[in-house]
Design a protein around this ligand. Structure first.
Ligand SMILES: [Ca+2]
Ligand SMILES: [Ca+2]
Length: 178
């Protein structure tokens, strides 16, 4: 009796390990997206015109380094690494939220989600802060910790996807950093 129970336990354990391994191997790789450029304080640069008026909103540019289109709908931003699933990017408009291979997407950090799927529920802190981009399953895609920002200057990767960052006096929202 005891040995058949043990056998059952071992089989159940083996099945559990196999299921875990299959899940681990089958899950999708983390998308090749980068937080590529941000603007945390704007009075004249590149207004958001989605309301019909010029709104000098904060923004976050994302770069798709992969050879496939990537839909950001369903992903999350967070200002707190311990709470990755803070701000959902709505999956209601894939045409808006899909980035072509090698392309860029501008998300407005304007605290006005009613303006559409590209408008986030939070704004960036000009004094500096943490922002992270997280996959649907909570895995981190990319993160950035930035310091105090100059008005109308952006902070971005020196070139798209590069490891080095710099301040840009001429921001390049939605196009390659240069
Ligand atoms: Ca806006
Ligand atoms: Ca850019």
């Amino acid at each position: 009796m005891t040995s058949s129970l043990n056998k059952f336990g071992i089989i159940a354990f083996a099945i559990l390990i196999a299921a875990g391994a299959i899940y681990f191997l089958m899950r999708k790789p983390i998308p090749s997206l980068y937080i590529n450029e941000i603007l945390a304080s704007s009075t004249s640069c590149c207004p958001d015109q989605s309301s019909g008026q010029d709104e000098f909103d904060d923004w976050i540019e994302i770069y798709n380094a992969s050879a496939e289109p990537i839909n950001m709908g369903g992903m999350y931003f967070s200002q707190n690494k311990k709470k990755p699933l803070s701000y959902l990017i709505l999956a209601t408009d894939p045409q808006l939220t899909t980035i072509p291979p090698g392309g860029h997407l501008l998300l407005w950090a304007d605290g006005s989600p009613e303006q559409g799927a590209l408008h986030l529920k939070f704004k960036l802190n000009q004094e500096g802060e943490y922002i992270g981009l997280f996959n649907k399953d909570g895995r981190m895609i990319d993160e950035l910790k930035f310091g105090k920002q100059t008005v109308n200057h952006s902070y971005g990767r020196v070139t798209d996807g590069s490891a080095d960052w710099k301040e840009f006096s001429e921001p390049t929202p939605g196009i390659a950093n240069r």
